[in-house]
Write a protein that binds this ligand. Structure first.
Ligand SMILES: CC(=O)N[C@H]1[C@@H](OP(=O)(O)OP(=O)(O)OC[C@H]2O[C@@H](n3ccc(=O)[nH]c3=O)[C@H](O)[C@@H]2O)O[C@H](CO)[C@@H](O)[C@@H]1O[C@H](C)C(=O)N[C@@H](C)C(=O)N[C@H](CCC(=O)O)C(=O)O
Ligand SMILES: Nc1ncnc2c1ncn2[C@@H]1O[C@H](COP(=O)(O)OP(=O)(O)OP(=O)(O)O)[C@@H](O)[C@H]1O
Length: 490
C-alpha cells in the first residue's frame, strides 16, 4: 500500500513533502523493522520509541510516524497521538478485518476471561469457526498463541483479526480492557456486540478515580463520531444489577439488551440452586425458558453465563444450542480450578485479584465449606496500591485463616506490599509468609479433612515476576507437589 493511501485514513497529521513509498509492513518495534516498513514511534512507559527512529531507518524503514519532527532521511509524518494513529493505520493496512468478522467485545472489572470463553464455547457448538483474544491466550480455531496483554496493542490486534479473516473465522470474541480503551488500542474495531460484566475497584493507579475508570470502560459503548474511534456496537449487553449500566445505557446509541438476577431484565436467572458438581437455574429469555444445569460454581458465574447467553442470542445463535452448550462447559483455566490428588480436603486455584472478585470467590467457597477455609493471597507490585488493604480485609473476613504472601511483586519490595496489606487488618489474625511456595506449602500442611484451601490471585499464570526476573511458578503445580509431599509424610 502506498504511504499516501494509508495516510488518507488519518485526519489529524502534519502533511509532509517528499516521496510516496510503498509500505510493506507496519512496526512499532525498531528491532522488528524490515525493508519497506512504516515505523511508528510510541512513547512507552519504560522507553520512548522516538529514540529508536534512527535504528528503524537503518533496518529499512521507509517512513516514520512520530509525535515530533525527527532528523532522519525518510518522510516523517507528525501526529498528535501515535498510539491512536497506529490503531487507525493498522486497521487500514490489514484491510479493516473487523468489518468481516462478527466481533463481540467484553469489558468489565471481573469475568471478562470467563465470559469470552463461554461465548467461544457456545459459538463453536453452533458450528461457527471462532477466534478469541484475551488474558490467557489468543486462539484461532483450535490453534492457541501466547499473549502479553489482555487486549493487545493495535498492531498485533489487527494482524490477528486479519489472520482470523484469512482462516475463515465467523465469530471473534475478545476481552477489552479499560487500558486498551483509554489508550486507543481498539480504535478502528467494528464491534457487533459490546458486553459489560461489572465495575468494581481496580486499576486506580492508571485511571485515578472510579469515575474515570467507569468512563474508560464506557468508550466501548459510546459513539464518539470521530474517525479515530472504534465504530459503535450494534448491541450493548448490560448487567442490569450493576449501577454503572445506567450510565452506559444513557450514553450508547446501540440497541440495549439487559441481563440480571435481581433487577427485571431481558435475560434473567431465577431459582438458582447449588446442586452436586455445579448449579442449576431457570434461564429466562425472550427466545425461550429452560432449567439449565452448569458445572460452573458461584453466583458470579451465573452472571458470566447470562452475559454470554445475551451476547449469543443477539448474535442469532438458537436458544436450544445455547442451553446445550451451557450444560457442557467446564471451567476456565485458573478460574475456580480444583487441584485434586485424592486428598481429603479441597484445594482451589483462582485468579481473583481484586477485592470484589476475592469476596465473590470466598463467599462461594463459604457456601459449600463444611469446615475451615484457608486463603493464600497476595497483591501485585507496580499496580493499584489502594487495593491491598481492601483485599486483606476481605481475606480476613471470609476465611478462618488468611495467609498473606507475594503475588507478582515486580519492581517493588515484597515486604512493602505485604505491609500495605497488613495495614488493612490491624489487630486481626493472619499469617504472613513472603515466599509464595512456602505460603502454599503451609496452607496445605495445615488443612484437615473437609477443609478448603483457596489459592488466589495468579490463576492460570505459570510465572512469578520478582524484580526483573520472571521465574517459573504455577500455583496448581506447587499445590499439587505440596499435597503429594503431605501425603508421603502422613
Ligand atoms: C503500561 C503499558 O500498557 N505498557 C505496554 C507497553 O509497554 P511500554 O509502553 O512500556 O513499551 P516500552 O517497552 O516502553 O516501549 C516503547 C516503544 O519503544 C519501542 N522500542 C523499544 C525498544 C527498542 O529497542 N526499540 C523499540 O522500538 C517499543 O516497541 C514500543 O513501541 O507496550 C507493550 C507492548 O505492546 C505492552 O506489552 C505493555 O503492556 C504491559 C505489559 C502492561 O502490563 N500493561 C498493562 C497496564 C495493561 O495494558 N493492562 C491491560 C489490562 C489488565 C487487566 O485488565 O487486568 C491489558 O490490556 O493488558
Ligand atoms: N462476574 C464476576 N464478578 C465478580 N467476580 C468474578 C466474576 N467472574 C469471575 N470473577 C472472579 O474474578 C476472577 C477473574 O475472572 P476472569 O479472569 O474471568 O476476569 P477478567 O475480567 O478476565 O480478569 P482480568 O482482566 O484481570 O484478566 C475469577 O477467578 C473469579 O474469582
Amino acid at each position: 500500500m502506498k504511504l499516501q493511501t494509508l495516510l488518507s485514513y488519518l485526519h489529524d497529521f502534519t502533511a509532509y513533502v517528499g516521496e510516496n513509498p510503498t509500505i510493506t509492513s507496519i512496526e512499532m518495534d525498531s528491532r522488528q523493522v524490515k525493508k519497506g516498513a512504516l515505523f511508528i514511534c510510541i512513547k512507552g512507559f519504560t522507553v520512548d520509541g522516538h529514540d529508536f527512529a534512527k535504528q528503524a531507518v537503518e533496518n529499512g524503514a521507509v517512513a516514520i510516524i512520530a509525535e515530533r519532527p525527527l532528523d532522519v532521511d525518510v518522510p516523517v509524518i507528525v501526529v498528535r497521538d501515535s498510539r491512536r494513529a497506529m490503531a487507525v493505520l493498522a486497521d487500514a493496512f490489514y484491510g479493516q478485518p473487523t468489518h468481516r468478522l462478527h466481533l463481540i467485545g467484553v469489558t468489565g472489572t471481573n469475568g471478562k476471561t470467563t465470559t469470552t470463553h463461554i461465548i467461544e464455547h457456545i459459538a463453536r457448538k453452533a458450528n461457527k469457526k471462532t477466534g478469541l483474544i484475551g488474558t490467557v491466550q489468543i486462539k484461532i480455531g483450535d490453534d492457541a498463541y501466547p499473549t502479553q496483554n489482555t487486549t493487545p496493542e493495535s498492531l498485533l490486534l489487527q494482524r490477528t483479526f486479519k489472520q482470523m479473516v484469512d482462516e475463515g473465522v465467523d465469530v471473534a470474541v475478545m476481552e477489552v480492557s479499560s487500558h486498551a480503551l483509554h489508550m486507543g488500542r481498539v480504535h478502528g474495531c467494528d464491534y457487533d456486540v459490546a458486553v459489560f460484566t461489572n465495575l468494581t475497584q481496580d486499576h486506580l493507579d492508571y485511571h485515578g478515580t472510579m469515575e474515570e475508570y467507569r468512563n474508560a470502560k464506557g468508550l466501548l459503548f459510546a459513539q464518539l463520531g470521530n474517525r479515530y474511534d472504534h465504530k459503535r456496537p450494534k448491541f450493548a449487553v448490560l448487567n442490569n444489577d450493576d449501577p454503572a449500566s445506567q450510565y452506559y445505557k444513557h450514553m450508547t446509541a446501540a440497541t440495549v439488551i439487559t441481563y440480571g438476577i435481581k433487577t427485571d431484565s431481558d435475560i434473567m436467572a431465577k431459582r438458582i440452586d447449588i446442586v452436586p458438581n455445579g448449579m442449576a437455574f431457570d434461564l429466562i429469555t425472550p427466545h425461550g425458558t429452560a432449567r439449565v444445569k452448569t458445572k460452573l460454581i458461584g453466583l458470579f458465574n451465573v452472571y458470566n453465563l447470562l452475559a454470554a447467553v445475551s451476547a449469543c442470542l443477539v448474535s442469532r445463535i438458537p436458544f436450544p444450542v445455547i442451553v446445550e452448550a451451557i450444560e457442557e462447559i467446564s471451567g476456565v483455566a485458573g478460574r475456580f480450578e480444583t487441584v485434586d490428588e485424592g486428598q481429603n480436603f479441597t484445594v482451589i486455584v483462582d485468579y481473583a485479584h481484586t477485592p470484589d472478585s476475592l469476596e465473590n470467590v470466598l463467599k462461594t467457597v463459604r457456601q459449600f465449606a463444611r469446615k475451615k477455609v484457608y486463603v493464600v493471597v497476595g497483591c501485585g507490585g507496580d499496580r493499584d496500591r489502594t487495593k491491598r488493604p481492601l483485599m486483606a480485609k476481605v481475606a480476613v473476613k471470609y476465611a478462618d485463616m488468611a495467609i498473606f504472601t507475594s503475588d507478582n511483586p515486580r519492581s517493588e519490595e515484597p515486604e512493602r506490599i505485604l505491609r500495605d496489606m497488613e495495614a488493612g487488618v490491624p489487630g486481626e489474625r493472619y499469617v504472613t509468609i513472603v515466599d509464595r511456595k512456602e505460603a502454599i506449602d503451609y496452607a496445605v500442611e495445615q488443612a484437615q479433612e473437609g477443609d478448603i484451601v483457596l489459592i488466589a490471585g495468579k490463576g492460570h499464570e505459570t510465572y512469578q515476576i520478582i524484580g526483573d526476573r520472571v521465574i517459573e511458578f504455577d500455583d496448581r503445580l506447587v499445590a499439587r507437589e505440596a499435597i503429594k509431599e503431605r501425603k508421603k509424610t502422613c
